[in-house]
Design a protein around this ligand. Structure first.
Ligand SMILES: [Fe+2]
Ligand SMILES: [Fe+2]
Length: 386
């Protein structure tokens, strides 16, 4: 059984390598595959198929219009004003100060104490954050809440732009830290980011804000868990500055999780049946990780390999997936929802409520397998095995 099958966060990985970035010389062209590569020289290296669009019935858009006042008073309140927000520079050596070189030297000395596999995980987390254009695009695919103009004044659009602006600091901070650390191959990392943004992602949201907000609730918690664990490990290795960096990012993720879970809580109140069906649908499809199409130009299974290192280190594991699911079922009091459910909705409720223990059993097996999986080299660090 392949590792891919066992990694819950890598499920439904439908991809197809396109050789368009390694074109053979014209004289050697012959097979239809190679000809196609010439025709589509800018196709992403990883493509997804079987995409469903606009599955939410059009009349439900009204629900989101009617929630605008609520969003103004209950969602936007979870944003932090820019003047009160931290900035990456607060945690980094100041290039305008005389002490810059000494500060960088200290940062690099401390970074030496961290193991290579820790850096693999930190790089993967940073790359995930750096693909932010993809996530803003994803939010703006959703019917009824998208930013229609790029500067729309609806609370949904204001939220999406401000959320993106907050998130933008995460990739910036980790990127600059990693650059200064001297422990990583920045060019390989930058290539991976370029490939990833070019590939996009396929969370199977079908333009539905129901699916979208369930997905983001899950994902914000997943990033909270993951950055929280990189903070804990940095502290364990004596790097208090890095612990502070990862911990600060984790607290943003927690605030975002609170906001997105509140939206879904409200949707359960307004439309219990539609929200229950969406929750079950999303969990059946599995929550794919945002960077599931990751590629560095070398490793065809880069995401699975990065994910395996994260599991071995305990940064984000298949058991965390089960924990998050269990947490959300409890948070939304899914078991207690009695009224407003169709027969199909009741079935969806039974399915979702029975899922955490099943997911945990599968997760335990997956974690056991991952721990025994062979170690592979990562182009982000240096060519050696972890
Ligand atoms: Fe983030
Ligand atoms: Fe986030």
């Amino acid at each position: 059984m392949g590792l891919k099958l066992l990694l819950l966060n890598a499920i439904n990985f439908q991809s197809q390598r396109c050789p368009s970035f390694a074109l053979p010389p014209m004289a050697t062209l012959g097979s239809p595959k190679e000809v196609e590569a010439v025709k589509k020289p800018f196709s992403p290296p990883r493509l997804v198929h079987h995409q469903v669009t606009h599955s939410m019935p059009p009349h439900k858009i009204e629900i989101f219009k009617s929630m605008e006042d609520w969003a103004e008073n209950n969602l936007l309140t979870h944003l932090k004003p820019v003047e009160k927000s931290w900035q990456p520079q607060d945690f980094l050596p100041d290039p305008a100060s005389d002490g810059f070189h000494d500060q960088v030297k200290e940062l690099r000395e401390t970074a030496k104490e961290l193991p290579d596999d820790y850096f693999v995980v930190l790089v993967g987390d940073m790359i995930t954050e750096e693909a932010l254009p993809t996530y803003q695009t994803m939010l703006n695919t959703t019917d009824g809440v998208r930013d229609e103009t790029g500067a729309s004044p609806t609370p949904w659009a204001i939220w999406t732009r401000a959320w993106t602006a907050e998130e933008n600091r995460h990739g910036d901070l980790l990127n600059k830290y990693l650059y200064l650390s001297g422990r990583v191959d920045m060019r390989q990392i930058e290539k991976t980011i370029q490939y990833l943004i070019g590939s996009g992602m396929d969370p199977k949201l079908e333009n539905s804000p129901y699916l979208g907000f369930i997905y983001t609730s899950f994902q914000e918690r997943a990033t909270f868990v993951s950055h929280g664990n990189t903070a804990r490990l940095a502290r364990k290795h004596g790097d208090l500055k890095l612990a502070q960096i990862c911990g600060t990012i984790a607290s943003d993720e927690k605030r975002h999780e609170t906001a997105y879970t509140k939206i879904v809580e409200k949707l359960f109140e307004i439309d219990p049946d539609g929200t229950m069906l969406a929750f079950a649908d999303m969990m059946r499809k599995k929550i794919s990780m945002p960077a599931h199409l990751m590629y560095d130009g070398r490793d065809d299974n880069l995401f699975e390999h990065y994910s395996a290192v994260g599991q071995r280190l305990g940064v984000y594991t298949a058991l965390d997936y089960a924990d998050i699911l269990e947490h959300l079922v409890r948070r939304w009091k899914v078991e207690n929802i009695r009224s407003g459910l169709s027969a199909q909705g009741q079935k969806a409720q039974d399915y979702v409520c029975g899922l955490p223990p099943r997911t945990r059993r599968v997760g335990e097996r997956a974690l056991g397998m991952v721990k025994q999986a062979p170690r592979v080299p990562f182009s982000w660090i240096i060519e050696r095995s972890f």
